[in-house]
Design a protein around this ligand. Structure first.
Ligand SMILES: [Zn+2]
Length: 329
């Protein structure tokens, strides 16, 4: 397993027997989607171990300005109230108790952490509560008071650069059939139409898109489903190479048509039978009772007929397999 440790955090390895799940001992960075904020309801002396019986967490954010990392990002820890959020999320314990808002040093640590996760984890969500930031109580339907509103200063620190979506922006956004595109350069995800940067999407990221803004930006399916007007430049993307066509009869007909042999294409609509009998290639094509039969010689003196015979001879290698192969005619 690759192990990602953030160099600016103090490494305090925790007990690894208190991480992971049955058949899911590790995760990839692409699986991490948010950080889960907790109130430690305690102090450094408790936090430094990174775990306790039945619990473990990745980061301890201390009031004095230190940040401990107890496990590599790839190990799911146990503290956010369920398997799903322990795998999707990355747990951060905040030193202190209910009633103490995060201090400035803790906000700085959390922002730096988010910045790193946003760079390292391609599916990290945007820095807002309910998206890139989740809370223990929220993820457990209020089963715990944790983190007791203590994280608010962190969310407020982002709120100033997150203008609300103007209601009329949706007039300029159209729904398109869902598809995947690939970034061939780094691209910025921006709020539309304000253009405020939210995060950088690294080159090579594959994104599922289902909306378009003024023909200049794509909106991800996530943005469309959640009514977030966040998009990135269409010009930074390419569509993925389509999968190879299956060896269906229709595709063979298209191939022949593509090669410009209209006479053969006109016979399409029924069964195509390949008769390997070089140098003379014979094909029968037909629909229902109206069969046609043609013989083509790869040594035909007529260049057009010769080219046609060669293209037909090439069909089996183009498609690997034909629907039906018979012996000589
Ligand atoms: Zn908690």
């Amino acid at each position: 397993m690759a192990e990602t440790w953030l160099p600016w955090c103090q490494k305090r390895p925790g007990d690894r027997s208190r991480t992971g799940y049955f058949l899911k001992s590790t995760r990839s960075l692409a699986e991490i989607r948010y950080q889960v904020n907790h109130s430690a309801e305690g102090w450094e002396a408790y936090l430094r171990a990174g775990s306790a019986p039945g619990a473990s967490w990745t980061f301890s954010n201390l009031q004095g300005g230190k940040m401990y990392q107890h496990y590599p990002l790839e190990l799911p820890t146990w503290t956010s109230g369920g398997r799903r959020q322990n795998i999707d999320g990355l747990a951060v314990e905040h030193e202190g108790v209910a009633g103490q808002l995060l201090n400035a040093a803790q906000v700085t640590n959390d922002r730096r952490l988010y910045e790193d996760l946003n760079r390292l984890c391609p599916n990290m969500r945007i820095p807002r509560l309910g998206e890139g930031f989740r809370e223990h109580g929220e993820l457990t339907n209020g089963a715990t008071a944790c983190p007791s509103g203590r994280i608010q200063p962190l969310y407020d620190s982002y709120a100033v650069v997150q203008p609300p979506t103007p209601p009329n922006v949706w007039d300029d956004i159209v729904t398109i059939p869902t598809k995947q595109v690939t970034l061939y350069v780094d691209a910025n995800l921006r709020t539309l139409p304000a253009g405020v940067n939210i995060k950088t999407l690294p080159k090579g990221t594959v994104l599922t898109v289902s909306g378009r803004y003024k023909n200049s930006h794509y909106l991800t399916k996530y943005s469309m489903d959640n009514k977030k007007s966040n998009g990135f430049a269409i010009s930074a993307t390419i569509d993925p190479t389509p999968p190879p066509l299956p060896p269906e009869e229709d595709d063979m007909m298209k191939y022949v048509a593509f090669k410009g042999f209209k006479a053969i294409y006109a016979l399409a609509g029924g069964e195509l039978i390949h008769v390997p009998n070089p140098p003379v290639m014979s094909y029968q094509m037909g629909a229902g009772n109206s069969w046609s039969h043609e013989t083509h010689d790869v040594n035909d003196p007529d260049p057009a007929k010769k080219a046609l015979a060669r293209a037909l001879a090439d069909l089996p290698t183009q498609f690997g397999k034909l629907p039906k192969a018979l012996g000589g005619v």
